[in-house]
Design a protein around this ligand. Structure first.
Ligand code: MD3
Ligand code: FE
Length: 209
């Protein structure tokens, strides 16, 4: 389950019940304040993925306390129970309870993918610290592409992420290139996920205050 040093995939980590509860929570967060939207990039293009943020708001390429590119609303806090889930995730993935206890995420980015959404190869480097990123997948499966070299190009490790899967990216993998080239429509298990499409929740530590 270790894809690269520090990159650990734990299939089927969330229970069906946890997935259902997370979907319901995401539905509420998506309504706003600062509702889920397609982020506009500096070049004028719109991302195909829809995003809503908790704790800190991400827009290209910075974190703010208000949704500066949506409606200016203050961003809802990151719930303590979600940070707790992140600590459990890190402890389980690294089989290291102490690593779990040290983990203090301050932000969640929730991405919604419809059947046509994709995410190009990129690095996450707007955070000021190198704490791990926790990723939870819910709903339709996707192809996740992880760059194992220094550039956005080959070599890749391609991994199919299914509903309930956990991925933790830390250590030498924290700043690796990664993307989501494909969503597989209609692959969500019954009762899991949004009504069509895929949700991904990432937990992050921005290092900001
Ligand atoms: C590897 N999201 O929000 S999650 C993102 O499925 C993002 O929505 C994808 O990339 C998604 O930035 C992939 C897995 C992920 C997240 C962060 C990483 C992989 C990562 C940071 C470093 C290396
Ligand atoms: Fe990313």
């Amino acid at each position: 389950r270790t894809i690269a040093p520090g990159a650990v995939h734990v299939p089927d980590w969330l229970t069906t019940d946890e997935q259902r509860r997370l979907v319901e929570a995401c539905r509420q967060w998506a309504r706003g304040p600062a509702p889920m939207r397609r982020t506009v990039l500096p070049g004028g293009g719109r991302m195909s993925v829809r995003t809503v943020c908790l704790g800190w708001h991400w827009s290209p390429y910075r974190y703010t306390r208000t949704a500066v590119d949506v409606d200016g609303a203050p961003v809802p806090p990151l719930p303590g129970w979600l940070a707790d889930l992140g600590r459990r995730a890190v402890a389980d993935a690294y089989d290291d309870p102490a690593a779990g206890e040290r983990y203090e995420p301050d932000t969640a980015l929730i991405n919604f993918y419809d059947r046509d959404a994709r995410m190009g190869m990129h690095q996450d480097k707007d955070e000021q610290v190198d704490a791990p990123i926790v990723s939870l997948s819910i709903g339709d499966a996707c192809l996740f592409r992880f760059g194992t070299g220094e550039s956005r190009g080959r070599p890749y490790a391609d991994v199919r992420l299914e509903s309930g899967d956990l991925f933790v990216f830390g250590g030498p993998s924290r700043f690796a290139f990664h993307g989501v080239p494909t969503v597989f429509p209609g692959t969500a298990p019954a009762g899991c996920g949004p009504n069509g499409g895929r949700l991904n929740i990432t937990l992050r530590t921005t290092g900001l205050s």
